[in-house]
Design a protein around this ligand. Structure first.
Ligand code: 6PG
Length: 475
C-alpha cells in the first residue's frame, strides 16, 4: 500500500491550489519549486505536515519509497527538464504524475524512456482551472493500471463530485490516454466557447440587441436546458462592468482570442487519425482569424464590412438560437467522442467512453447537463456508433434542426461568419446523408491519377475509360 505522501513540483497558481486541496484531503506533501523562496512559505501556510524542500534531493528525501511525485509545470520542455532533474533520484516502483496539459505524444515518449528504470510516468489530465484545482477538478488519469490504482485514493479525494456524488476521477486508459482525453476535452472546450461567442455576436451585432437584453437571454439559457459551466462563465462576463467607465467589460475587450495549443493538437490528431471533427478544427481556425485584428480592420475599410443589420423577427431568431446552440453543442461532443474512439482503436489504450463522460460531469470546463445522457449513450450504443444515434441525444438535435438551419441561413445571408454553427450543422447533415458528393471526387481521382474507385452496382475496384475532354462546344 503506497503511503499518502506526495511530492509536488511546480507551485504556480495551479500547483499551489492543488497542493492546498491535496493537503486538505489528507496528503502529506513535500513541495518544491525551481523558484527559490516559494516552497517553504507555501508549506507553512498549508500546514497539515507539508514540508518545503530547497532542492530535488530534499524533495526526494522527504518521501518514503516507493515515491510519488506530481509535476505541475508548464507543458513541453519544463516537463522534460523536471523529469531529467528527478531521474537520478528515482528508482524502481517510483511514480511521476504529470498533471499538466502535456502533448500526448510527449507523454508516450516519456513513459517509454522511464520504463527502462521501472519508473512509471502517469499522464493526468486535470481540468477546472485554478479554482477547480483548489475546490475539485476533474481528473482523467492515464497509465499503467496498478500504478494509477496506487495513487487513486489521493486523487479521488480531491476531485470534484459529479451530480450523483461520485468522484470526477477515473483511469481513462493506458499509456497517454489521460492526456489525450484532456486534449479532446480542450478541443470541445474551444468549440463550445466558439458557439457561445457566435451566439453572443449574432444577438449583439447582427440582431442589434442591447447588452442588457442579450444578457437576460443568456442568463435564462444558463438556468435551463443549456446550462453548463461555460454558459455560467459567459453570464459572469456579461455581468461585469468596467469600474472606470461603467460600461460592460466585454465592450472593452479586444476581439482576439489567444491559444496555448491544446485545441490545435486535437484538430491535428483528428486529421492524423482520419476523423471528421470539423467544428473542433473550425474553433481553432476561428481563433487564428480573430488574431488578424489589424488586417481585419484594414480590410473592413478597404473592402467594406460584410455584416448587414437584421430586420426580421428578433424574438423568433433568439428562440431559434437557443435551440440551435443546444443541437450544435451535442454535435461538437459527438465529434470529440468519435475522435477519442478512433484514437483509442489505434493506440490500444482501452478507453471506456462512458467513463470519460462521467468524469466530465463535474469539475471540468466542458461540464454540462449533456454529459449524463452522453454517458448513458456511450454505455448503451454498439461500439463505433456515433453519439447522434442515441435516441435521447437525437431528440434534442432534431428538435433544433429547423432552428439551426434558420440561424445559419440568416447569419450567412447577413454576412456574419458562423464557422461553428455552420460546420456542426454540415457534420450532422453529412452523417445522415446516404449518398454524398464524394462520387465526383472518387471519379476525378481516377481521371487524373488512375486511383480507382468502387462501384455501387458491382464489387471490387474499378477504373473507367473516361471520356476525353471536349470543352463546352461538344457538350
Ligand atoms: C481546463 C482548461 C485549461 C486551460 C486551457 C486554456 O480544462 O482547465 O482547458 O487547461 O484553461 O488550456 O487553453 P487556451 O489557452 O488554449 O485557450
Amino acid at each position: 500500500m503506497r503511503s499518502s505522501a506526495l511530492g509536488l513540483m511546480g507551485l504556480g497558481v495551479m500547483g499551489a491550489n492543488l497542493a492546498r486541496n491535496l493537503a486538505r484531503n489528507g496528503a502529506r506533501l513535500a513541495l518544491f519549486d525551481t523558484a527559490s523562496g516559494v516552497a517553504e512559505p507555501l508549506a507553512k501556510d498549508i500546514g497539515a505536515g507539508a514540508v518545503g524542500a530547497d532542492d530535488i534531493a530534499g524533495l526526494i528525501a522527504a518521501l518514503p519509497a516507493p515515491r510519488s511525485v506530481m509535476l505541475m509545470v508548464p507543458a513541453g520542455q519544463p516537463v522534460d527538464d523536471a523529469l531529467e532533474a528527478l531521474r537520478p533520484h528515482l528508482g524502481a516502483g517510483d511514480i511521476v504524475i504529470d498533471g499538466g496539459n502535456s502533448f500526448y505524444r510527449d507523454t508516450q515518449r516519456r513513459q517509454i524512456e522511464f520504463a527502462r528504470q521501472s519508473v512509471h510516468v502517469l499522464g493526468f489530465g486535470v481540468s477546472g482551472g485554478a479554482e477547480g484545482a483548489l475546490r475539485g477538478p476533474a481528473i482523467m488519469a492515464g497509465g499503467e493500471t496498478a500504478a494509477v490504482a496506487s495513487v487513486a485514493p489521493l486523487f479521488e479525494a480531491i476531485a470534484a463530485d459529479a451530480p450523483d456524488g461520485s468522484a470526477c476521477f477515473a483511469r481513462v486508459g493506458a499509456g497517454a490516454a489521460g492526456h489525450f482525453v484532456k486534449s479532446v476535452h480542450n478541443g470541445i472546450e474551444y468549440a463550445h466557447m466558439q458557439l457561445i461567442a457566435e451566439t453572443w455576436h449574432l444577438l449583439r451585432r447582427m440582431v442589434g440587441m442591447s447588452h442588457e437584453e442579450a444578457r437576460t437571454i443568456f442568463a435564462r439559457w444558463a438556468e435551463g436546458e443549456l446550462s453548463s459551466f461555460l454558459m455560467e462563465c459567459a453570464v459572469q462576463v456579461l455581468d461585469t462592468r468596467d469600474p472606470e467607465s461603467g460600461v460592460p467589460m466585454i465592450e472593452r475587450v479586444v476581439d482576439t482570442a489567444e491559444q496555448k495549443g491544446t485545441g490545435q493538437w486535437t484538430a491535428n490528431a483528428a486529421l492524423a487519425y482520419g476523423v471528421a471533427a470539423p467544428t473542433l478544427a473550425e474553433a481553432v481556425h476561428a481563433r487564428c482569424l480573430s488574431a488578424l485584428k489589424s488586417d481585419r480592420l484594414a480590410n473592413e475599410t478597404a473592402l467594406g464590412p460584410s455584416t448587414m443589420a437584421f430586420a426580421g423577427d428578433r424574438m423568433a431568431l433568439t428562440a431559434a438560437l437557443g435551440r440551435a446552440l443546444l443541437a450544435a453543442n451535442i454535435a461538437v461532443l459527438a465529434q470529440g467522442f468519435a475522435l477519442m474512439r478512433a484514437a483509442d482503436q489505434e493506440e490500444g489504450w482501452g478507453v471506456d467512453l462512458a467513463t470519460v463522460a462521467r468524469v466530465w460531469r463535474g469539475g471540468c470546463i466542458v461540464r454540462s447537463e449533456l454529459l449524463e445522457p452522453i454517458a448513458e449513450a456511450c454505455a448503451a450504443l454498439p461500439a463505433g456508433t456515433n453519439l447522434l444515434r442515441a435516441p435521447a441525444l437525437w431528440r434534442m438535435v432534431s428538435a433544433g434542426d429547423a432552428a439551426w438551419r434558420q440561424v445559419v441561413v440568416t447569419a450567412i445571408a447577413h454576412g456574419v461568419p458562423v464557422p461553428a454553427f455552420a460546420s456542426s450543422l454540415s457534420y450532422v447533415d453529412a452523417l445522415r446523408t446516404g449518398r454524398l458528393w464524394a462520387d465526383m471526387i472518387a471519379a476525378q481521382r481516377d481521371v487524373f491519377g488512375q486511383h480507382g474507385f468502387t462501384r455501387l452496382d458491382k464489387p471490387g475496384r474499378h477504373h473507367a475509360d473516361w471520356a476525353p475532354y471536349t470543352g463546352a462546344d461538344k457538350g
